[in-house]
Structure formats: C-alpha cells, structure tokens
Write a protein that binds this ligand. Sequence first.
Ligand code: GLA
Length: 388
Amino acid sequence: MKNIKNEFKSVFGSDPEVIASSPGRVNIIGEHTDYHEGFVLPAAIDKRIYVALKARSDKKIKLYSKSFRKIFEVEISTIKPIENSWTNYILGVVHQMLERTLSIRGGFNLYIDGDIPSGAGLSSSAAVECAVGWGLNELFSLELTREEVAKIGQKAEHTFAGVMCGIMDQFASVLGLEDSVLQLDCRSLEYNYFSLNLGEFTFLLLNTNVAHSLADSEYNSRREQTEKGVKWLQEKYPYLRTLRDANTRMLQEVVLPKNKNTFIKCNYVVKENARLLRACAALEAGDLDTLGKLIFESHTGLSAEYDVSCEELDFLVEQAKEYPSQVLGARMMGGGFGGCTINLVHQAFLAEFVEKTSARYYEKFGVGLTPISVNIDRGSMIHESIIK
Ligand code: GLA
C-alpha cells in the first residue's frame, strides 16, 4: 500500500497523521472452538488492511474506502449499525471505544484499503476492526494493549455486524509474529508461539470463490445450539462453564438423551480441542504425517458433525486425498460455508496440485479456483505516525 499517503491526501486534501495496518489470518486447526473457550492455532498472514487517519477539529467522522470509492460521513454522536454496510466494522470499533469512555477527542478522516480477499475465510473483517483499533489507539494516544484492541474488535463484530464470533481472528490479527503460529487458549487468553518447521512441505490455500449467504446466521445458530447443550450439562454439572470443561462421557449421559443433533455438535467441539492439542505435539515433534491426518479429521468433523462445510469445500478436500504422499492434510478453514481450504502440500507438487484440482473444480462447479500462497507475518503495525 505504497500510495496510501498520497491517496489519503487526494481524498481529504492533507497528509494523514497515522498509517496503521492489521493482517488476515490462517488457522491450522481448532475451528469453532474459540467461543467455547477452547484452543486455536492461527497465524497472521502477509495480506493486510491499511488505514490512514487524521484527527479533525469537529465531531465528524469521514470514511473513504478504496473498494467502494465514496466518502461516508457521520457525526460521532449518532453512529449506529447500518444493515450490510462496510462501515459497520469501522464504526463498531469507534462505538466500542466510546462505550469504554476512551478519550476519542473528536472526529477523524479515515482512508482504508487492503489486499485480503473478502469472503475467503481469511478474516478480512477482523483485520479491518484491528487496523482501525490500532490506528485510533495511536491517533488519540489511548494506550490500549494489543489484547484490548482484539476484544474491542470482537465486540464491534457482535454489536455492529451481528456475528457472535469468538476471539481467534482479532487475536491473531493483533498478535501475530513472523514465522510463528499462535497457540491460543481462548479461556485464559494465554498464548504460545510455535515456529512452523514444515521442511519440504508448505501450506497452500485454495479459494472456492463461493460464499454461501447463510454463513452468518448459521454461525450464530451453531453457537446457540451448542450453548443450549452447555445449559443442559450445567443442570447436572453446575461448575461447568463451557464445552471446554466437558467430555464425551458427560455429553453421552446428559445431552444425547435430549437431542442427538446437539450431542453431535457439542461432541465435535470436545474432539476438535483434543485434536488441536495432538496437532501441537505433532508440530513440535516435526511429525507432519500426524499433523496432516488430524487436519483431515478436523474437516470430517466440520463437515459431517458440525455441519458448516459445503459441497465445494468437501470436493476440494476429497481431491486432496487423492495424493496421500504429496498432500498430507486438507480442511475447510474459518467459519465455513465457502471460502478457502488449507492444504499441507509438498512444495514440489504445488503447481501440479493446483493445475489438476483447478481443472476438476471448474469441470464440476463451473467456477474458477484461486490458489493463495501466504507467508506468516506480523500482527498490527504502525507504519507512520507524527503523534508525539
Ligand atoms: C470465524 C469467527 C472465529 C471462529 C471461526 C471458526 O472466523 O470469526 O471467531 O469462530 O469462524 O473457528
């Protein structure tokens, strides 16, 4: 985003005071576990959202998005969610800051641009929230920690975008580190960095280029359904807080007799947490075969049990299974219902894998497949600041 400074100037007529950015993320394993206080294993990637900001002397907020090419203007005291608007991820963050009585001293101009494909399951919305949060933190000297910015972003998503997401995406976006994945305990928010030594293998993303429209409502309904299971468990085990505290035996005893489907979904979460811990041990031991198997198992759980996959994602994972010595694991990534698969592929096989799979995908769905190579990158950054 070399030109963001000039672009800001051409829209708003003066130089910005702060330029900040936040990345998208991948997640190796541990899907739909974060909002049950489980574990996740994400990493920030070298695709980012950039914001340029300058404080105003009045109480107006003016936003310009390069993708939408227009200025949106609002008085700071009147901000509210707007259905299906790109502004929600930005204004939701401002709203959270005001709720926390942080001293946003006045209005501001904001220019936003980025290179994270949206709808690909790479958390472009969390990257927007965190870039805005980190940028405003600098602009108004709010002295927020990275963790606080992540929490503000998550809450903005709940209140302004209506998605009851967990903390994984925002946390990875603010706290990512080059060459490391982040093992995050979503209960305590303690985390460890693991260096990713994949030898001759690498992670490759394949974007289905489909984003099924029910994704947000289905996400919220999975959350509600599994939280219902937790309520039932609590009648028998009052100390239990979330599915993090549950095991399969408890679920068989309490949830299965009440509702089989809820049992299957809750049990998926319990099993996915266990898979993540085994995957981290495999990563530490350099055992990529085991890591790959766990990744495949995770997909089976997401598709057949948690029911958040789709035909296109399942097809890509089946394709990956045709090359057992070159593709060690593959699964859908993120919330589901479209977006990308993440594949653990031998580097020498990348080109052939992409070529064969793209041809078959096109033949089946009439849609092009987009391979996305990503490098692991740093979390939120301030690129320029004249704030003292
Ligand atoms: C989305 C949410 C995350 C997480 C994943 C599924 O990306 O934003 O909080 O729940 O789905 O693992």
